[in-house]
Design a protein around this ligand. Structure first.
Ligand SMILES: O=P(O)(O)OC[C@H]1O[C@H](OP(=O)(O)OP(=O)(O)O)[C@H](O)[C@@H]1O
Ligand SMILES: O=c1cc[nH]c(=O)[nH]1
Length: 184
């Protein structure tokens, strides 16, 4: 499937400002950083969680731990085109029981990845609360999942793909909409 770049949604400055705002919102909503932990969803959610933790350290002088979850979507039924999310592993070397866990991902679409992440977290421990932070909410939810913190809400068509590029993975910070040239 060919993808072509259509529009740039966020540049590096806009991503920086959105993450700074979200970092402040997380601390404000939770009245500080006590019992707060961040868990990033592979791949880019991990880098965003690390950036949020660094931002919180800069203005609160508190270290918020960052864990990671590795979740992959696969299409299990070509006829129904249903996507399933599978957890491949986690690196959470702290106890999440009695903690407020902020899950972090780059894009929220159907919600299937987040649902798998919620299952994985509940298997690992008993958090007091789980919140969700995403850089882009592009709509088209298939499950009753909503984010608590959003960098940008972007109305999209199903045929588009939102691509988050980060310095850590693509050597540049930008968010673009890609259009599918043809669909199956
Ligand atoms: O709400 P959903 O429909 O589950 O879609 C959102 C997920 O899709 C993307 O991951 P992708 O599987 O493309 O992996 P990647 O981020 O490692 O490229 C994105 O990073 C989210 O994790
Ligand atoms: O557009 C989309 C949909 C799911 N995941 C992405 O990263 N982009």
């Amino acid at each position: 499937m060919e993808l072509t770049e259509k529009t740039q949604l966020l540049d590096a400055e806009a991503i920086r400002r959105a993450l700074t705002r979200i970092a402040h919102e997380i601390v404000e909503k939770n009245k500080g950083t006590d019992n707060l932990v961040l868990v990033g969803i592979k791949t880019r959610g991990i880098h965003l969680a690390q950036r949020l933790s660094e931002r919180i350290m800069a203005f609160e002088e508190q270290q918020v731990p960052v864990g990671t979850l590795d979740i992959t979507l696969y299409r299990d039924d070509l006829k129904q085109r249903t996507e399933q999310a599978v957890v491949h592993g986690s690196e959470i070397d702290f106890d999440i029981t009695d903690k407020t866990v902020v899950l972090v991902d780059d894009v929220l679409f159907t919600g299937r990845t987040v649902r798998a992440a919620l299952d994985a977290l509940i298997d690992i421990g008993r958090p007091t609360q789980i919140q969700l932070a995403v850089l882009v909410d592009r709509g088209h939810r298939e499950l009753p999942i909503r984010p608590d913190y959003v960098g940008k809400n972007v109305p999209t068509s199903r045929d588009e793909v939102v691509a988050v590029n980060l310095v850590e993975t693509e050597q540049v910070d930008k968010v673009i909409i890609m259009e599918k040239a043809n669909t199956l």
